[in-house]
Design a binder for this molecule. Structure first.
Ligand SMILES: O=C(O)CCC(=O)C(=O)O
Length: 220
């Protein structure tokens, strides 16, 4: 994949939305992949998500900290096996704050107490429609880490699913952070590019790890 003449550069895609290519090196990608494989195991493992309107998401998902299901959060896998959601590890919160600091500056990261991870697994022709991450109470930036196959990530605006949007290619190890004026921007994954994962990673398909701050009281 890395055959460009010039290295890919960090880019601001919209106000508060930054793409940092190759943020995770090969070792870090392998570590995160190992963790994803553990998180994906039952109980409270990888599941198919169904929407209230009868739709089925083609990317399968597992959550940490709080379990997201359309369109709320719970402490148990309310739309699956009913077991408690897996804990959100402290190291993942540290990784999230480091990501925000590198993307948006240390002031944005200082109070960001990440407590939710959504791990999406794309295989075959899985994709994700344009949507907003709007079920959290916190306005802290969303952190997105990609592993495996590259994808087209469509990043839009907070008003409409339609244009204007920008298509960004996210590759294994890339970081994308969106906060501030872009925190509630519509975004989605119209296409995964099969067979583009780094040879040494050992993953067929694409994993995306999205970190969010709930802003919920602990006992909620
Ligand atoms: O897979 C991605 O890059 C996007 C995931 C996403 O938009 C989400 O989990 O809300």
């Amino acid at each position: 994949m890395d055959t460009e003449l010039f290295p890919r550069e960090r880019a601001q895609i919209a106000p508060g939305a930054v793409h940092l290519p190759d943020w995770l090196d090969g070792d870090r990608q392998r570590e995160l992949l190992r963790a994803c494989r553990e998180w994906a195991r039952p109980p409270a493992g990888l599941r198919t998500v169904r929407t209230p309107g009868g739709g089925v998401m083609t990317a399968r998902q597992v959550c940490l900290g709080w379990h997201w299901y359309p369109y709320a959060y719970a402490r148990t896998v309310a739309d699956g096996d009913g077991t408690p959601v897996k804990p959100f590890p402290a190291w993942l919160g540290d990784l999230g704050r480091r990501a925000v600091s590198d993307a948006l500056g240390p002031a944005q990261a200082a109070d960001a107490a990440y407590d939710i991870a959504l791990i999406n697994f794309y295989e075959g022709d899985a994709r994700m429609g344009m949507h907003r991450d709007a079920d959290e109470r916190s306005t802290a930036p969303v952190v997105s880490l990609s592993l495996g196959d590259a994808c087209v990530f469509r990043f839009g605006n907070p008003r409409t699913r339609a244009r204007p949007y920008t298509d960004v290619e996210l590759r294994s190890g890339d970081l994308f952070v969106f906060g501030g004026a872009s925190r509630l921007a519509y975004h989605g994954v119209p296409r995964v590019l099969p067979g583009t994962a780094p040879a040494g990673l050992g993953l067929t398909g694409r994993l995306n790890v999205t970190l969010r701050v709930s802003g919920f009281p602990d006992a909620a």
